[in-house]
Design a protein around this ligand. Structure first.
Ligand code: PEP
Ligand code: MN
Length: 337
């Protein structure tokens, strides 16, 4: 159920309605759309008396939310959500560009690379410290040291940093060091991790599971939102299909679908989606044209020497070409870099 307050509703009226819903046994989540406050009632709303609520001062309308994802749905909030990561806004007119190596490797590489990427147009720096690897024998990341290197780069370069939390054990540590916490594809339905993310003050970048439907994906985001953290950025990163020429298949149609179903910002990761350097530019262009709010791309000074995902990482020259190409598409669809 969605309770929409009048634009003129006072704080006192909003508080009174909130308390009343709670007394009736419902859980209340506030969503603000410009000047209007709406309240989504989740949990058991059987005891919530609709007619009584509708007569309360300040209440404009009461609607049913049919979508199963109550807080993330367009029904609950018509306007696009903008998630702030430091000073960077994700979901507005300006596109978000997250770039950096798959894993944090060295101090010099992170600082030099970060500086160059910012100069070339990236507005966030990525680097995994805890890596979810297919093989237990592959490089697993530098752990805490990786986070320290990334956080130092943020101070030095003045750029928000992004890194993945792979489990609840390491979540606190990641939360302490980074501006945007990534939850990876393999963990999209790790419900204890999602619940922990819901308690975080930091925004969350939730990647789509490799075989997750849109419904499952948005319900995973709902775990975070219903826990109290409304700052969720979605990221399409390719799904498993029968094709064997790319690592995964970028689901372009998921972008307009997610946008239709939800008010949350949607980013695209062409690196993991394709697993191929030569596809980063065309897929990024397609993503922006389809309405993505930004891209996340893996860049490495020497891709062939990278400790993880080198085959899909691009060089700085290639990143510069990518920025030039997506600038044209951005302009054509009314976005900017
Ligand atoms: C990553 O971003 O480095 C990563 C491991 O992504 P995903 O979870 O999408 O595979
Ligand atoms: Mn990677």
């Amino acid at each position: 159920m969605l309770v929409i307050m009048e634009e003129s509703a006072t704080r006192k009226e909003i508080k009174r309605v909130t308390e009343l819903i709670k007394k009736m046994g419902g859980d209340v989540h506030h969503l603000t759309d410009d000047k209007t406050t709406s309240m989504t009632i989740t949990g058991n709303s059987d005891g919530v008396e609709r007619e009584f609520l509708a007569k309360m001062p300040g209440v404009k309308d009461i609607k049913d939310v049919k979508q199963p994802y109550k807080l993330g749905s367009r029904e609950s909030k018509a306007k696009d959500t903008i998630v702030k990561v430091g000073k960077v806004e994700v979901g507005g007119k300006k596109l978000a560009i997250i770039a950096g190596s798959c894993a944090v490797e060295t101090v010099e590489g992170t600082n030099e690379g970060g500086r160059l990427l910012k100069m070339l147009g990236a507005n966030m720096l990525r680097g995994g410290a805890f890596k979810p690897r297919t093989s237990p024998y592959s490089f697993q990341g530098l752990g805490k040291r990786g986070l320290e290197i990334l956080a130092d780069a943020r101070e030095l370069i003045d750029i928000p940093v992004v890194s993945e939390a792979v489990d609840t054990d390491s979540f606190d540590l990641v939360e302490e060091y980074v501006d945007l916490i990534q939850i990876g594809a393999r963990n999209m339905q790790n419900f204890s991790l999602l619940k922990r993310a819901g308690k975080s003050k930091r925004p969350i970048l939730l990647k789509r599971g490799i075989s997750a439907t849109i419904r499952e994906y948005l319900l995973a985001a709902e775990y975070i939102m219903s826990g109290g953290n409304a700052n969720v950025i979605l990221c399409e990163r390719g799904i498993r299909t029968f094709n064997e020429y790319t690592r995964f298949t970028l689901d372009i149609s998921s972008i307009p679908e997610l946008k239709q179903q939800s008010h949350l910002p949607v980013m695209v990761d062409p690196s993991h989606a394709s697993g191929r350097r030569d596809m980063i530019i065309p897929l990024s262009k397609a993503a922006i044209a389809a309405g993505a709010d930004g891209i996340m791309v893996e860049v490495h000074p020497f891709p062939d020497k990278a400790l993880s995902d080198g085959y899909q990482s691009i060089t700085f020259d290639h990143f510069l070409a990518l920025m030039d190409e997506i600038a044209k598409i951005a302009k054509a669809v009314g976005r900017s870099l």
